[in-house]
Design a protein around this ligand. Structure first.
Ligand SMILES: O=C(O)C(=O)C[C@H](O)[C@H](O)CO
Length: 318
């Protein structure tokens, strides 16, 4: 049976420089990036639904069409009459390490919970097999909307949806670290699967190593944990078993944008296809290694097809 995956958060207009004063425009955002790579790499039929708010302007229509082109369901892309999509620009250093500048303070996605309460209801989410959100999803909401969202997620969990969370900590989006910490801990307590980066836990919880993060999340009740540490690989735990995997060697890192997001998409694609975590991380690392060899969050279909011709989640099963 086709599984239904709801992925909630923000997708923005993305700009990155091609040459001096010439920018390429695309659409991207952490959870959307994950949705794209999940949909592109899953070997079983999946109904991936993107849950966000956009405006009623032309760039919002373009964004919805970009999501449709990825064969992602847009029913939960709600419309705000008063706001437009946010925008961000990627800057990369000599080593391909990215940093972002945002114009998103009044983006439509910040109204997603309000739009949902006004235009839809719990029935639209109920019964999804998986609900995926991130620390950025939480960061863009008001305190009241975040509380409403947690109530919805609690309900989904009670009704049997698997809850997946990546803390994706972006200090610039939070009023202070304590607010971020409290919200992220609340999310972890609801999560069945957690896919954090070590950097997030270094910044928020003073962690130094991936195994400390695994231990922390186990104490919070998460049963499937993958901690990403860039070129140092990953550390994971599932059903009491701990494991690790190396990062995939990369010829030249061009842009690290969406490394973690694509890893998450590939990992979940493999898991939803019935592959064990120990093997799923290998495909995910291979995919993330491919993505950082390209500029921007979403690798064009043309380049992606070359990867897909050689690599499938199932080819990583021994
Ligand atoms: O930083 C954000 O909020 C984004 O969503 C932009 C990027 O696409 C994302 O961070 C990559 O992980």
């Amino acid at each position: 049976m086709t599984k239904r995956i709801v992925i909630m958060g923000e997708c923005m207009v993305e700009l990155f420089q091609l040459v001096d004063n010439v920018y390429h425009q695309n659409f991207a955002g952490d959870v959307f990036n994950t949705a794209v790579y999940l949909k592109r790499t899953c070997e079983v039929p999946l109904d991936v639904q993107f849950f966000t708010a956009v405006g009623i302007d032309r760039i919002s229509d373009k964004l919805v069409r970009a999501v449709e082109r990825e064969k992602i369901d847009t029913k939960l892309m709600l419309r705000s009459k008063t706001a437009r999509p946010g925008l961000y620009m990627i800057n990369t250093d000599a080593f391909g390490e990215r940093s972002f500048v945002y114009w998103r303070d009044s983006s439509a996605a910040k109204q997603v919970v309000q739009c949902f309460m006004a235009q839809s209801n719990y029935e639209a989410l109920k019964g999804c097999d998986m609900f995926y959100f991130s620390g950025i999803t939480l960061a863009i909401l008001s305190d009241a909307d975040r509380t409403t969202l947690f109530t919805l997620i609690e309900q989904l969990k009670q009704d049997g949806s698997q809850i997946v969370f990546d803390p994706n900590y972006r200090p610039a989006l939070w009023p202070n670290a304590d607010t971020a910490k409290a919200a992220i801990l609340q999310a972890y307590r609801l999560a069945d699967v957690a896919l954090p980066g070590l950097d997030d836990h270094k910044a928020l919880f003073d962690a130094e190593r991936t195994d400390q993060v695994v231990e922390h999340l186990t104490e919070l009740g998460v049963t499937e944990i993958i901690v990403k540490d860039g070129k140092n690989g990953i550390n994971g735990r599932f059903k009491q078993e701990c494991f690790s995997a190396m990062a995939h060697p990369v010829k030249k890192v061009v842009d690290t944008t969406a490394a973690g997001d694509s890893f998450n998409g590939g990992y979940l694609a493999a898991r939803l296809g019935g592959i064990a975590p120990q093997q799923a991380v290998k495909f995910a690392a291979r995919l993330a290694g491919f993505v950082v060899e390209h500029t921007g969050a979403i690798v064009s279909k043309e380049h992606f097809n070359g990867f897909w011709a050689k690599h499938r989640p199932s080819s990583f099963v021994k």
